[in-house]
Design a protein around this ligand. Structure first.
Ligand code: PMP
Length: 282
């Protein structure tokens, strides 16, 4: 693979970052994952806009303009011949001279890293449905900022695997926040229910697009809290993310949801999402 690091395109084994990088020492960094369909970027503008917000919420600078970022994304997709997959981008506060809790001087160069991931079959019409377990949400309080502090989500994923499931839905004060790396939805009757936005969840770029398409297709959407018990009684459940698009959830804590096979509203939303994303990709 050819990767991008601080202005250079290099073979991945030649790309280097300092051991004093605050991303490495303190998880002081933010990231984005933009999917690629048909060699083009899906909702690049949404990801670039959320990135700007994540950086600004953490008092970090914006080392590249949106246009420059788009160029780097496109160049990596071209160099690595990505047809379906994604581009990972990470920006950290850079590498000061020594480890210190205090932020380094504002002129410390930030670290910018991008690489591609090839995932043939990403936009398949019928993905393998997933099962989830519920776990307590033990992450920090600013989940609306897309930081690289992913240890708890990673532990959650391991808890799911240990329980024979694919992923975990996290629960705080009795209500589902989101999946370890995706937003969570249930369907009751024909109504799509997903948690309202706030600091408790990441404002998914796929979520925004899917809710917009749902409303355009005259589907009913309710943005509100729901519990695991309500989810277990739902007609359908599903998740969204840039890497899973819309994927059905057919079991929660071992209890079957709906017909246990997916389909329904989630399948229709996936179809619309992929079709519209393919058209609008840049
Ligand atoms: N929530 C969390 C915690 C995530 O990590 C992600 C994926 N990065 C999402 C939701 C989905 O966001 P998006 O649709 O922008 O990929």
């Amino acid at each position: 693979r050819t990767v991008y690091v601080n202005g250079q395109y290099l073979p991945e084994d030649e790309a280097k970052v300092s051991i004093f990088d605050r991303g490495f020492l303190m998880a002081d960094g933010v990231y984005e994952v933009t999917s690629v369909i048909g060699g083009k970027l899906v909702d690049f503008d949404g990801h670039a806009t959320r990135l700007e917000r994540s950086l600004s919420e953490l008092d970090m600078g914006q080392p590249l303009t949106k246009d420059e970022l788009l160029e780097v994304h496109r160049e990596l997709v071209r160099l690595n011949e990505i047809d379906e997959g994604g581009v990972y981008l990470q920006i950290t506060r850079g590498a000061p001279a020594d480890r210190d809790f205090v932020f380094p001087p504002a002129d410390t160069p930030q670290t910018v890293v991008l690489f591609t991931q090839s995932k043939p079959g990403l936009s398949a019409a019928t993905p393998k449905p997933i099962s989830v377990i519920s776990i307590e949400d033990q992450r920090w309080g600013r989940r609306d900022i897309k930081t690289v502090q992913l240890l708890y989500p990673s532990l959650g994923k391991m808890m799911a695997k240990a329980a024979g499931a694919d992923d975990a839905w996290m629960v705080e004060d009795g209500f589902v926040t989101e999946g370890t790396s995706n937003n969570a939805y249930i369907v009751k009757g024909r109504k799509i229910i997903t948690r309202h936005l706030g600091n408790e969840i990441l404002h998914g770029i796929t979520r925004a697009a899917v809710l917009r398409f749902a409303r355009e297709a005259q589907m009913e959407v309710e943005e509100r809290n729901f519990t695991i018990d309500e989810a277990k009684e739902a007609d359908e459940a599903f998740i969204t993310s840039a890497t899973m698009f819309v994927t059905p959830v057919v079991a929660i804590d071992g209890e079957q949801i709906g017909n246990g096979e997916g389909g329904g509203i989630a399948a229709r939303l996936r179809e619309i999402y992929i079709e519209e994303s393919r058209k609008a990709a840049v």
